[in-house]
Design a protein around this ligand. Structure first.
Ligand code: SF4
Length: 340
């Protein structure tokens, strides 16, 4: 479980939004994704999590830094290597309806990738594979001759998953795959993704703003705020002992099913307005909203530090766990970056 399928090093993605204005959507983040694990990436909308996922996929070109897939620089892939990358790394989108061609039958949508990568064999073999994939995502073979508009939101997301599975990927970037679905359907899709991961040895980057579902599916979770990773840790550590004030505020808004525990829970509020990503200032980006801010917070940007084993947070409240454990931690990132 220790092979790094994906390594992101000091990644920046800036968008020009006006003559002299730049939006720093992703601003120096470093992390890795181990083969076979799920890395959850959470944060409010506009925090840069989707941009980060899309830059990892090569959809956006990085402004600075690099994304390595199996050690290969994603931005420089050409020819055979690029084809291999586009086959092995797939994406599942938030809005399955917008990402599936309404004029195509479901069977053709699923077969499209297999045909493009010469994985389909003859027509009959291809349709057998399509039926297998439909069964794997909980649909029936008969669904292959129908059109997308005939399906519910959850079924459409199952079709989207079948389409990405068709090319036998290794890494799937799931970009808010459940946020457009009803809560009961969300759990079904998350369970399906977990089953498929176990059966097929898949690796996921799971981008979401719903912290409760992310906990359920993720081995590790990274919390993003205004283009930065502010905390990253194994799920259990992050949810049971959140370090960053922003993570604590996000978690305290997640309802607990036990009414007694819910009533006794300490609430952390998010006050003030979010800083503009175009002009985040020199200190901590969370400073204007943080109840625990001190003088240094407005002056100095906190670096991501290991505050307990395997648990990194970017906050002046914490000191390094040990001299040997920096953001690098022998994995990714270096001075000035985020890691985990
Ligand atoms: Fe709050 Fe300061 Fe920590 Fe930023 S560095 S999260 S302002 S305590």
């Amino acid at each position: 479980m220790d092979e790094h399928l994906l390594e992101v090093r000091h990644l920046k993605k800036y968008f020009r939004t006006g003559k002299n204005q730049v939006q720093k959507a992703v601003d120096d983040v470093s992390f890795y994704v181990r083969k076979g694990e799920t890395l959850g990436i959470v944060g409010e909308s506009g925090c840069g999590k989707t941009t980060c996922g899309r830059t990892c996929m090569g959809i956006y070109e990085a402004t600075e830094g690099e994304v390595l897939y199996k050690g290969m620089r994603v931005g420089s892939l050409r020819g055979k290597e690029k084809r291999r990358f586009t086959k092995e790394v797939q994406m599942i989108f938030q809005d399955p309806y917008a990402s599936l061609d309404p004029r195509m039958k479901v069977g053709d949508i699923i077969a499209e990738g297999m045909l493009a990568h010469n994985m389909a064999g003859n027509g009959r073999e291809c349709m057998e594979k399509v039926e297998e994939l439909l069964a794997a995502v909980g649909l029936s073979g008969g669904h292959r001759d129908r059109y997308v508009h005939e399906f519910s939101g959850g079924q459409r997301q199952r079709i989207g998953i079948a389409r990405s599975l068709a090319v036998e990927p290794e890494l799937i970037v799931c970009d808010e795959p459940i946020s457009a679905l009803d809560v009961s359907v969300q759990a079904q899709i998350v369970n399906l993704l977990m089953t498929l991961q176990e059966e097929r040895g898949l690796t996921y980057m799971f981008i979401a703003h719903d912290l409760s579902m992310v906990r359920y599916i993720s081995d590790r979770v990274a919390v993003m705020y205004l283009g930065k990773i502010v905390e990253i840790a194994p799920s259990g550590l992050l949810y049971n002992n959140p370090k960053h004030p922003y993570t604590r505020a996000l978690l305290s808004a997640v309802p607990i099913p036990d009414p007694k525990a819910q009533a006794e829970r300490k609430r952390f509020s998010l006050r003030g307005e979010r800083t503009s990503p175009a002009n985040p200032g020199s200190g901590c980006r969370f400073c204007g909203r943080c109840d625990e801010a001190t003088d240094i917070c407005a002056q100095e940007e906190p670096m991501l530090r290991e505050v307990e084993k395997g648990h990194f947070a970017a906050c002046h409240l914490y000191k390094e766990e040990s001299a040997s454990a920096g953001p690098d931690n022998g994995q990714a990132g270096a001075k000035g970056g985020n890691a985990g």
